[in-house]
Design a protein around this ligand. Structure first.
Ligand code: MN
Length: 233
């Protein structure tokens, strides 16, 4: 009888243990940069990349794991699965989940100066259709970045209607979240938090946005566009 009564208590102990170890197995991880810290010089300096990736991005990952560890219902899920319902989740998951996803996406969007190629024929055609020209697109994208008051991101997205759109989000929100004013599949995003550019550009955010085109990897952006439009059709 005593043994049977103790079973629920034993189960509770085992579950508590599982809750402690499970987040470790499922934890989000900070991947290394896809290039050396000095690869983006002279557009982004080496120290900015070291601090941005090694401290800021790492903090988002650590804080995201701490937030997920507190809620069993969130464990084992991808960020892409959480973003469409992010308005119902704790602010720590929104801020740090967005921080982790956005920075991972950002690092992969850049390459050494001059190595980024050009938009694919399909992406260039869509840019011309929706913005008039590549230069007009760049001007509008810069305006979105400069116009983002405080901290946030400028984005190029493709909507469910297949159209390209420029948008911006505050803090670490992104267009995959249900809180975003314009939702869609991100093709390109630029971090306009001061930590992204302040050491080299100080308050000249517009100069950072102008220089940034030198390191955008159009091969990656074009592949994202192809993937987004192939699943939409
Ligand atoms: Mn950042």
């Amino acid at each position: 009888m005593n043994a049977i009564r103790s079973l629920p208590r034993l189960s509770a102990v085992l579950l508590a243990f599982a809750a402690c170890v499970a987040p470790l197995a499922q934890a989000f991880e900070l991947a290394p940069l896809p290039y050396p810290h000095n690869a983006l010089v002279p557009v982004i300096d080496e120290q900015t990349m070291q601090i941005h990736h090694g401290r800021h991005h790492k903090a988002y990952v650590d804080n995201l794991n701490a937030a997920i560890a507190k809620d069993a219902a969130l464990q084992g899920k991808t960020l892409e699965a959480l973003f469409p319902g992010i308005s119902q989740l704790p602010a720590a998951v929104r801020n740090n989940g967005g921080g982790h996803w956005n920075h991972t996406f950002f690092w992969q969007s850049m390459t050494r100066p001059g190595q980024g190629g050009a938009p694919s024929a399909a992406l260039q055609a869509a840019i011309t259709r929706d913005f008039g020209s590549l230069d007009a697109f760049k001007t509008a994208f810069k305006a979105a970045g400069v116009g983002r008051f405080g901290s946030g991101w400028a984005w190029l997205i493709v909507g469910s209607d297949g159209k390209l759109k420029i948008t911006s989000t505050p803090n670490q929100d992104n267009p995959l979240m249900d809180v975003a004013p314009d939702r869609g599949t991100p093709l390109l995003g630029n971090d306009v938090w001061e930590h992204a550019y302040y050491l080299q550009y100080q308050n000249r955010r517009g100069d950072y946005l102008d220089a940034w085109w030198q390191i955008v990897d159009w091969n990656v952006i074009s592949a994202r566009y192809a993937a987004a439009t192939s699943t939409a059709r």
